[in-house]
Design a protein around this ligand. Structure first.
Ligand code: NAP
Length: 244
């Protein structure tokens, strides 16, 4: 039976790299996205054109009702979900003193609420089948804290706490929960960083460069699969050795 991976935020960046890699690795790769219809459908077409199994649904992970309906729809079609990658996220750069409550809520509703909604919708099926694997995408800033990214850092720290606690709660069901903690990765999320800032961060990184979305996807696939069958509740840094 073909394994099914549900990936949130699969239209761009790290999520799109995960969709490609999981589909190329034999999974049916189903992904959620917020608004990039064109990119999402182009990715599905690209993968189907190679004979791979991929599908997408437009779904705001911050909206619990939308998530429950969308996951139910996916389960009607695919019957089971073996791997969940909670990747969808948004950043916010600016001083905490300037931050509006709306922006604060958007960061938390997406990065933390999204993980809660999608996990809660997918978990009952995994628990009843006594198998499944969840990989959450946090950030090195969730571990270290970043100036001018207080809300983002706090939200990503919450994702780490969520991972560790849920791993203990559902370990007896045979379902694993882990987390990747990427460093600086070349995606749209960093489009605002100028060349100097990017070069400085690359220089501070032991491997001397920023990472690619495909490199994070490989770490996610590794944690998701049977090769990691005795690994749960862990946070894997994917940062080229950068430890701030
Ligand atoms: P990105 O290129 O900006 O892509 C974000 C993805 O999330 C898009 O597919 C977007 O969909 C989706 N998304 C955003 N809000 C959503 C919502 N409410 N509902 C559903 N989908 C939503 O970001 P990225 O750099 O690939 O980041 C992916 C994850 O890695 C995030 O959790 C981020 O915090 C984390 N991360 C990134 C870095 C980095 O340096 N890039 C480092 C550490 C951690 P649309 O295309 O439809 O907007």
């Amino acid at each position: 039976m073909r394994k099914v991976a549900l990936i949130t935020g699969g239209s761009r960046g790290i999520g799109a790299a995960c969709v490609r890699l999981f589909a190329e690795s034999g999974y049916a790769a189903v992904f959620l996205y917020r608004s990039s219809d064109e990119k999402a459908h182009a990715l599905v077409e690209e993968l189907r054109g190679k004979g791979l199994d991929a599908a997408c649904r437009r779904c705001d992970v911050a909206d619990g009702k939308q998530v429950r309906e969308t996951v139910a729809d996916i389960l009607r079609l695919y019957h089971h979900i073996d791997v969940l990658v909670n990747n969808a996220g948004v950043a916010h750069i600016g001083l905490l003193t300037d931050m509006s409550e709306t922006d604060w809520n958007t960061v938390f509703d997406t990065n933390v609420g999204g993980v809660f909604h999608v996990t809660q919708a997918v978990l009952p099926g995994m628990i009843s089948r006594q198998q499944g694997s969840i990989v959450n995408v946090s950030s090195m800033w969730g571990e270290a804290g970043a100036s001018c990214e207080v809300a983002y850092s706090a939200a990503k720290a919450a994702v780490i706490g969520f991972t560790k606690a849920l791993a203990k709660e559902i370990g007896p069901s045979g379902v694993r929960v882990n987390c990747v903690s990427p460093g600086l990765i070349d995606t749209d999320m960093n489009a605002e960083l100028d060349e100097n800032a990017l070069r400085e961060l690359a220089d501070e990184t032991p491997l001397g460069r920023i990472g690619t979305a495909a490199e994070v996807a490989r770490a996610v696939l590794c944690l998701a699969g049977d090769g990691a069958s005795f690994i749960t509740g862990q946070v894997l840094g994917v940062s080229g050795g950068l430890q701030i």
